[in-house]
Design a protein around this ligand. Structure first.
Ligand SMILES: Nc1nc2c(ncn2[C@@H]2O[C@H](COP(=O)(O)OP(=O)(O)OP(=O)(O)O)[C@@H](O)[C@H]2O)c(=O)[nH]1
Ligand SMILES: [K+]
Ligand SMILES: [Mg+2]
Length: 441
């Protein structure tokens, strides 16, 4: 998005794609009142739903619908806003949009522009903006809960407390070196300050430890299904997702590309990856598939290695806490050989599928376990928190460092938190964050 221009009044369809029973068109900006007067005769009382004929500039009726006027600053964007709740037909919506764009000063909104204005007007911080984007995108219960907390500013509250604490501590240090000659401010104040810094450092450190859990909830727990050709990987993917997504055949080397399917497992988002069977001596195309299979395994939260008992061979080298060994085709009666496996399954008889799902659920919930519902859940959060911690550690560890420099490190740490919430300018980041939104948000 280019630099925002607040002289414009923006509008967009904020509800889903037509046709629908009701469609919501939202407008925001200095000419909202003018638009309401032109199209409905008068701007209704603030925040009152009013039924009215909605007309174009020439006075032709487009539809009859509900109008709500939200005068700024008590609105989503902080500007004058209004909502038209109209019939959700394609033609109704397009003639409404055409009528709005025919008004001087009005234009259609760019993606995320409503939220961008809300942010610029101090209605939301960056974490709340991200929470809102996540809430709109949420597909599972865990995602919804986390996004809702964040969109209402709960994460901001924590970050703001930390930042204020750092500012307060720094002020005390500065007071101490300004007045060090005077008797009122004892030098020992500075000593107790570092105890506080250290406690704060630990709190931020614990919060950062939960980042992986937050990212898993937000983006999904990644499970790579790997194994030898014909082990039954694609069959298992289809069985677990109850869909016929992957091609299954008795030909070894059927799967080449990595195929991913999302699954809602007890409210958590899980992404299953089907991969090419790993073997030696494959042709060039299959070899590329195998390379991708290994890369998928390397970056997965869990590697589900599928093996027909009796075909023991080490194919991938994975740490035990990321590894689940599953015996396939148990209906073939080779289950006795499945010693040392985590479980056995058959997609023919569905034997063991529930047990496998339970095993996955246990792994997912242990990976997403945290002491707080408020988790950092983006790489951006992790980066700034990490940089904040580095600065705090440096301030704490090097006791010989002059006090002024240690105070400067605290300022640095506080700035990192300020960047996280957008309290400190991060112009370069804003476009990236707001572009996550679709039009009308
Ligand atoms: N009896 C039996 N056959 C199975 C089972 N699962 C898969 N198969 C058969 O095993 C063969 C290979 O299955 P796939 O799912 O294509 O195996 P894959 O591991 O994806 O194979 P590649 O993609 O070639 O690596 C097919 O003929 C399947 O019907 C099972 O549980 N029991
Ligand atoms: K196959
Ligand atoms: Mg396959």
């Amino acid at each position: 998005m280019t630099a925002p221009d607040y002289r414009d009044t923006i509008f967009a369809l904020s509800s889903g794609p037509p046709p629908s029973g009701v469609a919501v068109i939202r407008i925001s900006g200095p000419d909202v009142r003018f638009a309401l007067e032109t199209m409905t005769g008068a701007a209704p009382d603030a925040r009152r739903a009013v039924l009215a004929n909605i007309c174009d500039r020439s006075g032709k009726i487009i539809d009859r619908g509900l109008i709500i006027y939200f005068p700024g600053p008590h609105s989503f964007t902080g500007e004058d806003c209004a909502e038209f709740q109209i019939h959700g037909g394609m033609a109704v919506i397009s003639s409404m949009l055409a009528a709005l764009s025919a008004l001087p000063g009005l234009r259609s909104a760019e993606p995320g522009e409503f939220s961008r204005r809300a942010f610029d007007n101090g209605k939301m911080d960056l974490t709340a903006v991200e929470g809102l984007a996540d809430l709109i995108a949420a597909e599972t219960e865990a995602q919804r809960k986390m996004a809702l907390e964040q969109s209402t500013g709960s994460l901001l509250e924590i970050y703001r407390r930390w930042r204020n604490e750092l500012i307060r501590i720094r002020a005390m240090i500065e007071a101490d070196f300004d007045f060090s000659d005077e008797e009122d401010v004892p030098g020992s104040v500075v000593q107790s300050i570092w105890t506080n810094v250290s406690a704060l450092r630990d709190e931020i450190g614990r919060h950062l430890e939960d980042a992986r859990a937050g990212e898993i909830i937000r983006s999904g727990y990644r499970v790579a299904i790997v194994g030898a050709p014909n082990a039954g990987k694609s069959s298992l993917l289809n069985a677990l997702t109850k869909r016929d997504v992957a091609i299954v055949s008795d030909e070894a080397g059927t799967t080449r590309d990595v195929l991913e399917v999302r699954l809602d497992l007890n409210g958590y988002s899980v992404i299953l990856f089907d991969t090419a069977g790993i073997r030696e001596g494959a042709g060039a195309v299959e070899e590329e598939g195998i390379r991708r299979a290994k890369a998928t395994a390397a970056s997965a939260d869990l590697v589900l290695e599928l093996r027909e008992p009796g075909a023991e061979k080490q194919l991938v080298d994975i740490e035990p806490d990321r590894h689940l060994l599953v015996a396939s085709k148990s209906d073939l009666g080779n289950g006795g050989a499945a010693y040392g496996y985590d479980c056995e399954v058959s997609v023919r008889t569905d034997h063991g599928l529930d047990a496998l799902i339970n095993l996955l659920a246990v792994r997912v919930s242990s990976s997403t376990a945290s002491t707080s519902p408020l988790l950092p859940n983006r790489q951006r959060h992790r980066e700034y928190l990490q940089r904040c911690l580095y600065a705090l550690d440096e301030a704490l560890i090097y006791l010989e460092t002059p006090l002024e420099m240690r105070a400067e490190l605290l300022r640095n740490a506080g700035d990192m938190i300020g960047r996280l919430t957008g309290a400190i300018d991060t112009e370069d980041l804003l476009d990236v964050i707001f572009s996550e939104f679709c039009i009308g948000k």
